[in-house]
Write a protein that binds this ligand. Structure first.
Ligand SMILES: NC(=O)c1ccc[n+]([C@@H]2O[C@H](COP(=O)([O-])OP(=O)(O)OC[C@H]3O[C@@H](n4cnc5c(N)ncnc54)[C@H](O)[C@@H]3O)[C@@H](O)[C@H]2O)c1
Length: 436
């Protein structure tokens, strides 16, 4: 039986390498649709948790994991020799920036080397990690071919970008259309059939490069528009105009406008990082990515702008930032999730502490600060009680979690700096709220 037929009959075994925010929900989707799956990760804690039917991602329920394990259709392992048993191998490993803000493809390279060791004839490999156009063919293909097998002759290769939006109640892995690119028809057909089995709409494109570029365009579009609205915030604030009111009014236009919202800076694994993958690759073609760099500059300056607003607000309350007690609300990079990768709160702590402030944080979803790429804070979340709120010179809202009681926060805080318009409905304490 050909691989295509095997996939169409759901008899192909699906291997997912990297069981993080992208890989785990994808793995579960395949199992829930009747595929036998093998999940691989180098992190033994993740493997152990799945085996114990426990979750490690807040918005992925324990019941989903436990049903997957009980179905008998799931094996998880850090033993990559089982890659031999998979017909289709999906790769969802990290693609961060290195300390010089350049693409770090080490995870893709390492994974490709591992797959090459066990690659067998007739397998399909799909890369899902966000990366610069050309990665699949220029980096992954040659490594896979070190196995002695050849692309398009012996194995299939495709790229399909991930559009996972953690905790989005409206869209899930299954309902978000999926772009699939391959440089030969057979690879594209196999990859399309694979995702067609679990996702409502697939969008084939003519090459892996086009699919890679699609993902970058989507994230650059967001980064540039967020930068634009952040710039509008600073201009309008100087003019005494509320940017939030302006965005709300502009959003009533039924065409040609899409609202983006200002904030304390960019966060997450995608928007602050992915655009610079294109910048790096564009240099090879002697072309500057001016929009990307300008957006990066504005978005990167946002935590400094917010810190400036905190200093100004304290000053207006006869208080210096030096030795001021600051409580930051929200450590996650966006509301209602427990992911704090690249969160602007991390930078805010650094800036405020460098000015002599004594900083604490609260996040109901992050009880203590984990070690992340650039930062390692030894901090525990402070309980959000009226007594505690009163102890701080200023409370800075960095992430607008839905569970926060903003009435209580404003009532008991001396001063509130709000970067998310979270206090828009609080009328009574307006004189102690500063928008930033
Ligand atoms: N998180 C999102 O919302 C999102 C959305 C769209 C695209 N992406 C992209 O998807 C990719 C994965 O992101 P993520 O958020 O799932 O990352 P993640 O850090 O949550 O998960 C990656 C997993 O890969 C594992 N891993 C690392 N090296 C490995 C190796 N050599 N072999 C096997 N496993 C390995 C890690 O232990 C981790 O569990 C990135 O390229 C990211 O840009 C993420």
């Amino acid at each position: 039986m050909s691989l295509l037929e095997k996939i169409q009959k759901k008899e192909s075994v699906v291997g997912v390498v990297g069981l993080g925010y992208v890989g785990l929900p994808l793995l579960l989707e395949f199992i829930e649709n009747g595929f036998y799956c093998i999940g691989f990760d180098v992190d033994p804690k993740k493997i152990e948790k799945i085996q114990k039917k426990q979750t490690y991602i807040r918005h992925i329920s324990e019941s989903r994991i436990s049903e997957a394990v009980d179905s008998g259709n799931l094996t998880v392992s850090k033993d990559f020799s089982s890659l031999k048993s998979a017909d289709c191998i999906i790769v969802a490993v990290p693609t961060p920036l290195d300390k010089h803000q350049q693409p770090d493809l080490s995870y893709i390279i390492k994974t490709s080397e591992t797959i090459a060791k066990y690659l067998k004839k007739g397998q399909l490999v799909v890369l899902e990690s966000s990366t610069w156009p050309g990665t699949t063919m220029e980096i992954m293909k040659p490594i896979l071919e070190e196995s002695g097998l050849f692309y398009a002759k012996d194995f299939y290769l495709a790229f399909s970008p991930e559009r996972e939006d953690p905790n989005n109640a409206k869209y899930s892995t299954r309902t978000i259309p999926k772009v699939i690119g391959a440089n030969d028809e057979a690879s594209r057909d196999c990859a399309k059939a694979l995702y067609d089995a679990v996702i409502v709409q697939t969008v084939p494109v003519s090459s892996t490069q086009a699919a890679e570029a699609t993902k970058l365009l989507e994230n650059i579009f967001r980064s540039v528009n967020i930068a634009l609205v952040n710039e509008m915030k600073m201009i309008l604030d100087r003019m005494g105009i509320d940017v939030w009111e302006v965005i709300e009014a502009a959003s009533t236009k039924p065409f040609g406008f899409m609202p983006f919202y200002p904030g304390p800076g960019l966060g997450g694994h995608c928007i602050p990082i992915d655009p610079f993958y294109l910048t790096w690759k564009a240099r090879e073609y002697d072309i500057a990515t001016r929009f990307i760099e300008l957006a990066g500059e504005i978005n990167t300056s946002m935590p400094y702008y917010v810190a400036g607003k905190v200093v100004e607000a304290l000053n207006n309350h006869q208080k210096s930032i030096k030795s001021a007690k600051v409580l930051i609300l929200g450590a996650a990079y966006k509301k209602d999730i427990d992911d704090m990768r690249e969160s602007p709160t991390l930078k805010l702590i650094e800036i405020l502490e460098s000015k002599g402030a004594d900083v604490d944080y609260n996040d109901p979803l992050i009880p203590s600060m984990p070690k992340v790429r650039k930062y390692q804070y030894d901090m525990q979340s402070i309980d959000l009680t009226p007594e505690n709120l009163k102890k701080y010179d200023v409370v800075l809202i960095s992430t607008d979690h839905s569970t926060y009681d903003y009435q209580l926060i404003c009532e008991h805080s001396v001063l509130v700096v709000d970067t998310r318009n979270a206090t828009k409905n609080i009328k009574k304490y307006r004189d102690k709220i500063v928008k930033a």
